[in-house]
Design a protein around this ligand. Structure first.
Ligand code: CA
Length: 574
C-alpha cells in the first residue's frame, strides 16, 4: 500500500456539511491500492468504562481519476460532533490512518489521535438557492439576440444580420427583442436567462461600464427592463445579470475625473494608480484587467467603492427583482469584498444566486460565505476534448470529470454552472467542425450531467461562429434557416430533465464503464435511476452496454444491439 498517496484533511472537499444534519467524509488512496476502506468514528465525549465508544462503517468507492481512488461516506452524527479515522485494507495489509499518522490498530485510549469535525453549525453549511439545481440557463448577448425597437438603435447600427459581427459594429438588439421572442425560450424549455452586461457602456459587449446604475439606452429604459423581468417571471424564467466589479470602463465618471485632475481627483483612491501623471502607453501605469487600458481595476478595498458597488448589487434586486448575479473576473477581486457582497445580496433576496467567473480551482470562494457556484470550465474543456476534438477517450473524460467533482463538495457540484461555449469562445458547432451528431452528443452530455447547464443563444438552432467576434452573430429568426432538428433534440433533453428530476441533480452521478469512445454513466437516487450510453466515435459499437431486465428506453438508440456512430441511449429503470 502506498501510504504517501493516502490523503484526507478535515475540511474543504474532504469533510464538509452536506446539509444541517449530514456530514460527507472522503478519503483518497493510490488507484487500485485498497480493497476496503472503513470509517472508524464516534462522538468525542462518548466514553464508558470500556473506553471511547466508536462505530465502523464501510466507505464506498465514489470515483477514480488518473492517479487516485476516492472513497466516500455520509454520516449523521446524533450530536453533530465527530472524531474519525480510516481503516484501509488490501488483502494482507491493514493500516489505520489518523491525524497523527498511521497505526497498525485503531488507538482507542485517546480521541486526540483522530481527525476532528468539531461541530456542525447550521449557519456554516454551504447552501445555494434550491431552485438553481433544477434550472437550465440560456445566455443572451443582448446586442445580438433580437431588435424589437428600432427607435433605440445606436446611430451607426446596420440592419439585422446584414454583415459579419465585428468588435465595434452594432445591430440594435434590445430588451423588447427578448420580450418579443420569449415564446422561443419557453418552447425550448429553459428556466433562466443569463444576460451579459446591460449597463450603460460604450462597446457592443458592454463590459466597459460607464454607469452601473443606468441601463444602456440602446437596450431600452428601466421601464422596459422591469417589464422584461416580469415577462420572464410570468414564464417561469429567472433573470441573472452580469456584474463587472473587477474593473470599470474608461468612461466611468470617477475614472474620467482621475484622468482630468490626476493627484487632485477625489476619486484617486477608487483605482490602483501607481504614479502621476497617468499614462496609458506602452502599458498603463495603473492596474487594469489584463493590460487593457480601457478597463481600470477598481479598488474594492476602498470603503467608498465598496459602498457604491454594494448599492449597485442591491439596487437591481430590490427595484427590478432580478434573481442572480454573475461576477466577471471574480477571482481578481478581494475575498473581503465578496463576503460583504454576499450579505447584501442575500439580505435583498435570500434566494438570489451568486455565480463567479473563475476558470481554476475555486474552493476558496465556495465555502458558503462567498459564491453559490462558479462557471465549470473544466467540464467545458473535458466535454469538448472528448466529443468534439477527440483528444481524450471515454476513460480520459471520466477521469478528468472525477478529478473535478472530487475537488468540490457534492452540494457545490450540484449547482456548478456547466457550459459548452459562450461569448468568449468559438461556437460548439465550430469545435465540432460542423459535425451535428457530435453537437447532439455534447448537449446530451451536458443536459444529463451533474450541475446546472447553460445554452449559449443560437446554439440550439445550429448557429456557427469562430471566437469573438465570430461567436456574437445576430440570432437567426428565419425558421427556414434554423436547424429545427437540433432544436427538437435539445428541447427533448430539456423535457426529460424536467420529467426526471434525477437528471436535474436529485441524484448522484457514477461512471459505469468507459471503453474506447463509449461512455456509460448513471444518474440515480432512491427513487429513480437513469443510465446514459454514448458512442462518441465514428464507428458503430456492438453491445455497447448490456441492459439488464427492467430498463426501458427513454430516448435514443437501443444500446444492446448496434449503437451507430455518435449514437446514444438513455434508459430508465422501471
Ligand atoms: Ca433596437
Amino acid at each position: 500500500m502506498l501510504k504517501e498517496a493516502i490523503y484526507h484533511r478535515p475540511g474543504n472537499n474532504y469533510a464538509y456539511a452536506y446539509d444541517e444534519k449530514t456530514l460527507h467524509i472522503r478519503l483518497r488512496t493510490k488507484k487500485g491500492d485498497a480493497d476496503q476502506v472503513t470509517l472508524i468514528y464516534g462522538d468525542p465525549y462518548d466514553w464508558t468504562e470500556e473506553g471511547w465508544q466508536t462505530s465502523s462503517s464501510l466507505m464506498t468507492l465514489s470515483g477514480t481519476d488518473e492517479w487516485f481512488d476516492y472513497y466516500h461516506i455520509e454520516i449523521q452524527p446524533p450530536f453533530r460532533r465527530l472524531r474519525y479515522g480510516f481503516k484501509i485494507s488490501n488483502g494482507d495489509e491493514t493500516v489505520v490512518y489518523t491525524e497523527k499518522g498511521f497505526y497498525e490498530e485503531a488507538p482507542l485510549d485517546d480521541t486526540a489521535y483522530y481527525f476532528c469535525f468539531p461541530f456542525l453549525n447550521a449557519i456554516d453549511v454551504f447552501r445555494a438557492p434550491c431552485w438553481v439545481k433544477d434550472t437550465v440557463w440560456y445566455q443572451i448577448f443582448p446586442e445580438r439576440f433580437a431588435n424589437g425597437d428600432q427607435s433605440n438603435d445606436p446611430e451607426d447600427a446596420v440592419p439585422w444580420g446584414s454583415e459579419e459581427p465585428k468588435p465595434d459594429n452594432f445591430f440594435g438588439g434590445d430588451f423588447q427583442g427578448v420580450i418579443d421572442h420569449i415564446d422561443h425560450l419557453v418552447k425550448l424549455g429553459i428556466s433562466g436567462i443569463y444576460f451579459t452586461p446591460i449597463f450603460k457602456a460604450k462597446s457592443n459587449h458592454k463590459y466597459d461600464t460607464i454607469d452601473y446604475l443606468e441601463i444602456d439606452p440602446q437596450f431600452g429604459d428601466k421601464e422596459t427592463f422591469k417589464k422584461l423581468v416580469q415577462v420572464c417571471h410570468e414564464n417561469g424564467i429567472k433573470v441573472m445579470l452580469d456584474a463587472v466589479f473587477n474593473h470599470s470602463g474608461y468612461y466611468f465618471e470617477p475614472f474620467q475625473d482621475v484622468l482630468k485632475n490626476e493627484d487632485n481627483s477625489r476619486y484617486k483612491n477608487w483605482f490602483h494608480l501607481r504614479e502621476f501623471p497617468i499614462v496609458t502607453e506602452p502599458r498603463p501605469n495603473y492596474d487594469t484587467f489584463a493590460f487593457e487600458k480601457t478597463m481600470p481595476k477598481l479598488n474594492t478595498e476602498n470603503p467608498e467603492v465598496l459602498e457604491y458597488l454594494l448599492k449597485v448589487a442591491s439596487y437591481w434586486i430590490k427595484e427590478f427583482d432580478i434573481d442572480g448575479w454573475r461576477l466577471d473576473v471574480a477571482n481578481e477581486v478581494d475575498h473581503s469584498f465578496w463576503r460583504a457582497f454576499r450579505k447584501v445580496v442575500k439580505n435583498a433576496k435570500p434566494e438570489a444566486y451568486i455565480l463567479g467567473e473563475i476558470w481554476h480551482d475555486s474552493i476558496k470562494w465556495l465555502q458558503g460565505d462567498q459564491f453559490d457556484a462558479v462557471m465549470n470550465y473544466p467540464f467545458t474543456n473535458a466535454a469538448l476534448d472528448f466529443v468534439a476534438k477527440e483528444t481524450i477517450d471515454a476513460k480520459g473524460f471520466s477521469e478528468k470529470m472525477t478529478a473535478v467533482m472530487q475537488m468540490y463538495p457534492e452540494n457545490v457540484n450540484e449547482v456548478a454552472f456547466n457550459l459548452l461555449g459562450s461569448h468568449d469562445t468559438k461556437r460548439v458547432l465550430n469545435f465540432c467542425d460542423g459535425n451535428k451528431d457530435k453537437m447532439k452528443l455534447l448537449f446530451l452530455l451536458m443536459l444529463s450531467f451533474k450541475g446546472t447547464p447553460c445554452i449559449y443563444y443560437g446554439d440550439e438552432i445550429g448557429m456557427a461562429g469562430e471566437i469573438d467576434p465570430g461567436c456574437r452573430e445576430c440570432m437567426e429568426w428565419d425558421e427556414e434557416k434554423q436547424d429545427l432538428d437540433l432544436f427538437h433534440h435539445i428541447q427533448t433533453l430539456l423535457t426529460l430533465r424536467k420529467e426526471h428530476r434525477v437528471l436535474a441533480n436529485e441524484g448522484s452521478l457514477s461512471f459505469i464503464s468507459a471503453k474506447g469512445r463509449t461512455l456509460v454513466y448513471e444518474r440515480s437516487s432512491y427513487e429513480e435511476s437513469i443510465m446514459i450510453v454514448l458512442n462518441a466515435g465514428d464507428e458503430s459499437v456492438e453491445n455497447a452496454y448490456v441492459i439488464a431486465e427492467g430498463y426501458e428506453l427513454l430516448f435514443g438508440n437501443d444500446a444492446s444491439g448496434v449503437l451507430p456512430p455518435y449514437g446514444f441511449s438513455m434508459y430508465r429503470k422501471k
